[in-house]
Design a protein around this ligand. Sequence first.
Ligand code: AMP
Length: 410
Amino acid sequence: MNFKDLNLKKPLLDALEKSGYTEPTDIQKKAILPIIEGKDVLGCAQTGTGKTAAFALPILDKLLENDISGKKEIRALVLTPTRELAIQVRDNFRKYSEFTNLKSGVVLGGVNQKSQEAVLKKGVDILVATPGRLLDLINQRIVKLNNLDILVLDEADIMLDMGFINDVKKIIKSAKEEKQTLLFSATMPNEVKTLANTILKNHVSISVETETATVEKIDQSLYYVDKQNKTSLLMDILNENEIKSALIFTRTKHGANKLTKSINSMGIRSEVIHGNKSQSARVMALNNFKTGKSKVLIATDIASRGIDISELSHVINYEMPEKAETYVHRIGRTGRAGFSGTAISLCNIDEKKGVQVIERLTNQPITEQENSKYPMKHFELTPKKNTFNNKNNNRSRRPGKSISQNTKYR
Ligand code: AMP
């Protein structure tokens, strides 16, 4: 099958040719026709599968069918959980609509609202947005969705995880009732299913091979090491191996900041992205990494979500993720588009138990590397803090306040 078989309009086919895409990916083969036919779609697919084009191409095709681009009405809206993903999706729309009059814009938090207002005033046919800022603009009556034909919720699982559900519901409520809705999610937990059942009408379900299968192509290894030796071991790995580009994951924003300071002080230029960084700092960090100015990018899971870095040679888990699925998302950033990929994990005693869960999920063993320089010496698990069984904590609780109210003051 090629793109012509999907009946896409000529300007879109020209843009695809310019992008060098010859064949639709699996998700594109499955999603494009039903979307053009006007069906609601529930898509289970991850970043890296060609998911963005799977909804962007048929949306553009439909907007071209009834081209009223001069009217300055938002006709398609894509909601994404992170600012990086929003920009990436907008860029994709721009790439595929290069030979049309259709205009795409983005609104997101963390940057001044004025420039976004100016773009909206000029008129966009397709708007890509993060929920919080969009809701602000709707409340200020700067954005109106009363002519919206198509709504896309991208990475719905993350959007719900990040607590955007109420904003999303309010946005949907402010939009035209009769519209086509597409919901994409990498995983299908119950919350996503419930949301899908509430907002989709007679939908078509589509799913494509999960990242777990892609992971088979990645060379995975692991060092058991004590927490306090992780940075030294990491520096050895970065110095010894032929690492062209490494995406390093930490669990927390604070951990990411600390690690980037250590790495930079030891002479390897690294960038850091996480939710507390300003939008311009995140864009600059990502650009420096993508262009090879820095060979290391340190990220938290949420901030890195949806970021597409082609030709990434290594993913390093400086800290193991809490969920096995997150491990799969993390290492799936390497080994894309036919490139080989390597994933290295640094695992302390507290994180060891999770390794078996990951191996069960991926159905693959992770090769243990010998670590003679920093062998593991601590085999005792750190006791879990149980705040509310602790007498001292109970005593410090403010009188008359419930436990949940008190947690805010901790
Ligand atoms: P996505 O899952 O949308 O983030 O896409 C992952 C990567 O695949 C992006 O770099 C896209 O530009 C690229 N891509 C999307 N569709 C195709 C295709 N049909 N052929 C080759 N590359 C593609």
